[in-house]
Design a protein around this ligand. Sequence first.
Ligand SMILES: Nc1ncnc2c1ncn2[C@@H]1O[C@H](COP(=O)(O)OP(=O)(O)OP(=O)(O)O)[C@@H](O)[C@H]1O
Ligand SMILES: [Mg+2]
Length: 231
Amino acid sequence: MSEPLLVAEELEKEYRTGPEVVRVLRGASLVVRPAEIVALVGASGVGKSTLLHLLGALDRPTAGRVLFRGEDLFARGEAGLVHYRRQNVGFVFQFYNLLGELSALENAMIPALLLRKPPAQARELAAAALAEVGLADRLRHYPGELSGGEQQRVAIARALTNGPRLVLADEPTGNLDPKTSEIIYDLFLRLQVERGIAFLVATHNPDLAQKAERGYRLVEGRAREIDAGTG
Ligand SMILES: Nc1ncnc2c1ncn2[C@@H]1O[C@H](COP(=O)(O)OP(=O)(O)OP(=O)(O)O)[C@@H](O)[C@H]1O
Ligand SMILES: [Mg+2]
């Protein structure tokens, strides 16, 4: 069995809003190995997005550790976290988070530009990522001129531009019809096989959860491994 790519160790996360404290994660642990597709399921509000945000270093845990290739992520300084977010991991947001005034190509270029790659190279990487998701003929389209499934594929292309080993996808098919969801899932499968990318996918879609190799169900702030195929 290969070395884990990502390990969450006893993650805790509390949110404070005024005097109220909500304990969302209470010792959530999970493992993602290279080039595997792992589903994350659980009731609405249980903390799936919260967990993905911690794993993507978009937010910090209250307690616990995240190891990426064995290295403690939050022991790095801010510069190390920025590097991780830009270089090692791709994040696909539920509502795409595309910039409406930028074309598909420009949206997909952003991660490469943030890594200070020259614009010509950023354009090349973005065009390649868009071709990979089947949008080679939509480079100049603006998000408003794309279907929901196409916008989601632009968001996935943007997550791929810098060649991450891991993609964290938060409800990537949440707003899509079953056929388009299937296209997105087949895309993950192809990227897994051809590019060796690992995926951790938070999903309410039972078909998608069932097709993943492994899965975790988040219950009362902890992640329980579920048997493949039981959703
Ligand atoms: N920034 C925040 N401040 C305060 N509470 C928050 C914040 N973000 C999330 N929460 C609370 O944490 C809990 C978990 O939210 P989270 O978005 O992680 O759930 P989820 O499992 O992704 O739900 P869904 O399936 O509906 O997307 C919710 O009760 C939510 O209200
Ligand atoms: Mg969520």
